[in-house]
Design a protein around this ligand. Structure first.
Ligand code: GLC
Length: 465
């Protein structure tokens, strides 16, 4: 039987429907066990969204708007699946890794089957060596973090570890790819060559770097995203022209990683990718120990050591936040974004930096009704509804809260958990939320937000949220 709740601190049960969930709540009350802050209806909705978006072995982020399998969505969604059906969670990851390139890259989108509601699709990417249709770029490597989460929360740890064993080689190769292809000079930070790789597509952090990307004479195209979501919530046309310019330039070079790094007019040290990779290295090390792959530990330790040191350059002590870096101009990027807090998730901040980050984050939270906004609300470019230029993203809240708890900032973590539970409980499960009004926006019935309800928010007792 499937289990929605696996957290020992909350009521043990195996609910699969709203009725089961109501019974669960009654049982909690009767036994005076902590009651989840997440409404039972929200939890049931989250489960039904994963099923709605399930296309067999993979889950689409949102039907219509994002009809294929996305890299970091798949990993985060697997964490949600694990609460319902652990084998399905591993199936999600296996479907993603079935498209891993020979050189180790895990592509940002896997085009498992044709769909005409998305642009740019496989015919535009025209990737050469993929075992199946994919894009030719990557996304933040969340997969290892998801595998550790699933194993640690599993009620059948032995079996979960066996599944993890089957994936370990793919995971290790994907990290090796990052260092070989994206850090050829061994700086400790890996480069991001396209805003889509950062997962935070139109972040204000990319404005300066994107201004240096010329717009080539690209074939005319029709955006499909605007058919699903209002233009006021999406990246602007000037950004799209540059996204496609980069794509066509990479395609021209057959996505050869040795050339891309050197010729891309957009090359940044993205805080999100580097924080996720650094954290994933800790989790990969943990997995290597659990599985007895001890021979890979020195290599991982080396990544951890040089990765840790590389964060220092990204710290802006006067602003009390980390900043992404433009590798082409060798300058910090100007916008303070929610990715600036992710070195907490990476365990890469010093205790003094963590203290400063908390002060900055509290200031941001005081300027909005629901945290965490994706851009500093005092910034002139702050737009509460435009994608990564202001809205709250539940997956980012998850990573920030994890980091805050690690550094011992429990009350700020609880404040963010309360906001996040309020958003999903009262506004439903959306792609992202307006930090001022709380309105749900972007795509609806969104998989990774649903997954975060099942993997994270369901574990928060009501009295703390
Ligand atoms: C958008 C987001 C990206 C996500 C994708 C699918 O492109 O910016 O992070 O992976 O949608 O949800």
């Amino acid at each position: 039987m499937m289990s929605v709740h696996s957290h020992p601190k909350l009521c043990p049960s195996s609910p699969t429907s709203v009725t089961d969930l109501s019974q669960l709540l009654d049982a909690c009350l009767e036994n005076s066990l902590p009651r989840p802050a997440l409404h039972v209806e929200t939890l049931a909705e989250a489960a039904s969204i994963l099923r709605l978006n399930d296309l067999g072995s993979y889950t689409v982020p949102s039907r219509g708007l994002y009809p294929y399998q996305w890299n970091w969505d798949a990993a985060l969604t697997a964490m949600g699946w694990a609460a319902l059906d652990e084998s399905r969670a591993f199936e999600e990851l296996k479907a993603l890794f079935s498209a891993q390139w020979e050189d180790g890259m895990v592509p940002h989108i896997v085009f498992h089957r044709a769909c005409h509601t998305y642009f740019p699709g496989p015919e535009i990417w025209g990737t050469p060596e993929a075992p199946r249709g994919t894009t030719g770029i990557t996304q933040p490597p969340v997969a290892v973090i998801a595998v550790r989460h699933i194993v640690e929360n599993s009620m059948r740890k032995g079996r979960a570890l066996e599944e993890a064993r089957g994936l370990f080689g793919n995971l290790l190769r994907s990290h090796r790819w990052f260092y070989a292809a994206r850090d050829p000079f061994n700086s400790g930070s890996v480069a991001t060559l396209h805003p889509w790789e950062s997962g935070m597509d139109n972040s204000a952090a990319w404005d300066k770097a994107m201004a240096n990307v010329p717009v080539d004479d690209i074939p005319p195209y029709t955006r499909r995203d605007l058919g699903h979501v209002d233009a006021s919530m999406r990246p602007q046309q000037a950004e799209y022209d540059r996204y496609l310019t980069l794509l066509y330039r990479f395609r021209e070079l057959n996505y050869d990683p040795n050339q891309l790094y050197h010729v891309s007019p957009f090359r940044v040290t993205d805080l999100c990718t580097n924080s996720v990779l650094q954290r994933a290295n800790y989790d990969l090390r943990w997995l290597a120990e659990e599985l007895g792959f001890l021979e890979s530990i020195p290599e991982i330790d080396n990544w951890l050591e040089k990765g840790h040191a590389a964060f220092e350059k990204l710290w802006d002590s006067s602003a009390g936040i980390f900043r992404s870096w433009d590798q082409i101009t060798d300058q910090p990027l100007d916008a303070a974004t929610s990715a600036g807090f992710l070195p907490l998730f990476a365990r890469a901040a010093t205790t003094e930096q963590a203290e400063k980050l908390v002060e900055t984050l509290e200031k941001w939270m005081d300027n909005v009704n629901f945290g965490v906004p994706s851009l500093d609300p005092e910034e002139a470019r702050f737009e509460p509804l435009r994608y990564w230029r202001g809205p709250v993203w539940v997956i980012v809240n998850y990573m920030i809260v994890d980091g805050l708890r690690h550094y011992g900032y429990d009350s700020l973590a609880e404040r963010i958990e309360t906001d996040t539970c309020d958003l999903v409980n009262t506004r439903g499960i959306h792609e992202y939320y307006d930090p001022i009004t709380g309105a749900g926006a972007g795509g609806s019935h969104f998989s990774w937000t649903a997954a975060m309800c099942l993997a994270w928010l369901d574990k928060i007792p009501a009295n703390s949220a």
